[in-house]
Design a protein around this ligand. Structure first.
Ligand SMILES: Cc1ncc(COP(=O)(O)O)c(C=O)c1O
Length: 392
């Protein structure tokens, strides 16, 4: 008998990560000894602080290596509640928290319990690559909300209103944003919240870059703006970007009790708890003063300032000043190239790796990550500048 090797419909629709083509090629070139400047990184280039590593080593030595409660240890959940209260003015009880294997997992869990077949999920464009694919996995439909550089890639209340219909279930917000660095002000969030409340639209608020924010801007959590929006919002956060802990896989969410209970059931039967050792490391991170986060934020701002001071000289690129995260989204329309062509050629000809904007829904842009040293940024920009000047 023949083996039926057809895969489930739901996986057939999922695109491979479009950033992979460039990043794996960049790695290959580096392994061959080429001097590659990496502007493609999606993670801080700093090491995880030693005190966090020590806490994990201690956990192993003490045999803290078994299952924990599915949604996270009481110790970690208590610290997360305190963090939400102190930094985000959000009252979540420990029963309203689920700790998962990275913020990506938290977002997927939230979508999985909320999205039904053919529900629409509103995603401002440019967007983080995984949102649309996750929506597809949940059998929902992504509806993209176009934004403009003139409005710093943020949606307006009119954009939101115009796109809501009877199928709309969720709005995904990401501030500070990957890839644009856009930061929504409290007032902007209030305007969006009132439309969501009026139309009973849930919000998944991805705040993973919260601590990387520049120019004294203040991060605001949409769920903190009132009871009605609190009841409709799942707040996502994690340790990956703030504490340079991408490999430890700790993310978490807070939300209304009914949604969180459903997510807890899902996690019970899918992944169970995130790694016990990583949870101990997360406890050490959340107990620490904010010194590490502040210093890394200052370093990112220094790099951003240098980058934009240089980009001003680039006649063929335009950009919007990122208010947070560690990316700058550069318009390439004047080069006459699409984003994949430009990224591939830059890598082949100048050994500079950056991410084509088509991965984020904008083929007329590329994303430059400044999660790399100032000297690498300088070298990379010199190469891009010379290369662009050679193009007619
Ligand atoms: C916008 C955004 N959300 C979520 C994540 C996922 O974070 P984690 O590594 O904690 O899963 C990323 C990672 O790149 C991101 O850019």
């Amino acid at each position: 008998m023949l083996i039926d090797r057809r895969f489930a419909e739901r996986i057939k629709k999922i695109n491979p990560s479009s950033t992979l083509a460039i990043t794996s090629k960049a790695k290959k070139l580096k392994a061959e000894g080429k001097d590659v400047v990496n502007f493609a990184a999606g993670e801080p280039d700093f090491d995880t602080p030693d005190f966090i590593k020590e806490a994990a080593i201690q956990a192993i030595k003490e045999g803290f290596t078994k299952y924990t409660p599915t949604t996270g240890t009481p110790e970690l959940k208590k610290l997360i509640c305190e963090k939400f209260k102190k930094e985000n003015q959000l009252d979540y009880a420990p029963e309203q928290i689920v700790v998962s294997c990275g913020a990506k997992h938290s977002i997927f869990n939230a979508l999985f319990v909320l999205v039904d077949k053919d529900n629409e999920v509103l995603i401002p464009c440019p967007y983080w690559v995984s949102y649309p694919e996750m929506v597809k996995l949940c059998e929902g439909k992504a509806r993209f909300l176009k934004t403009s550089p003139e409005n710093c890639f943020k949606i307006t209340p009119q954009d939101l209103k115009r796109n809501i219909n009877e199928k709309t279930k969720i709005l995904i917000l990401n501030s500070p944003s990957n890839p644009s660095g856009a930061v929504y002000s409290r007032e902007e969030l209030e305007a969006l919240a009132s439309i969501c409340i009026k139309n009973k639209v849930f919000v998944i608020s991805d705040e993973i870059y919260e601590k990387i924010i520049f120019d004294g801007l203040k991060h605001a959590s949409i769920a903190s703006l009132g009871k009605d929006i609190y009841d409709l919002t799942v707040t996502i956060n994690g340790l990956s970007k703030a504490y340079s802990m991408t490999g430890w896989r700790i993310g978490y969410l807070g939300g209304p009790p009914d949604i969180v209970q459903a997510i807890s059931r899902l996690q019970d039967h899918s992944t169970s708890n995130p790694a016990s050792i990583s949870q101990k490391a997360a406890v050490a991170a959340l107990k620490s003063d904010s010194d590490f986060c502040k210093k890394s934020c200052q370093e990112f701002q220094r790099r951003r300032d240098y980058l934009v001071s240089r980009l001003k000289e680039f006649k063929k690129l335009n950009y919007v000043l990122p208010g947070g995260a560690f990316y700058i989204f550069c318009g390439i329309a004047k080069t006459g190239m699409d984003s994949f062509t430009l990224a591939s050629r830059l890598l082949d000809e100048e050994f500079v790796a950056l991410i084509p904007g088509n991965s984020f829904g904008r083929d007329d842009y590329v994303r430059i990550s400044f999660a790399t040293s100032l000297s690498q940024i300088e070298t990379g920009l010199d190469r891009i500048k010379q290369w662009l000047e050679k193009q007619v």
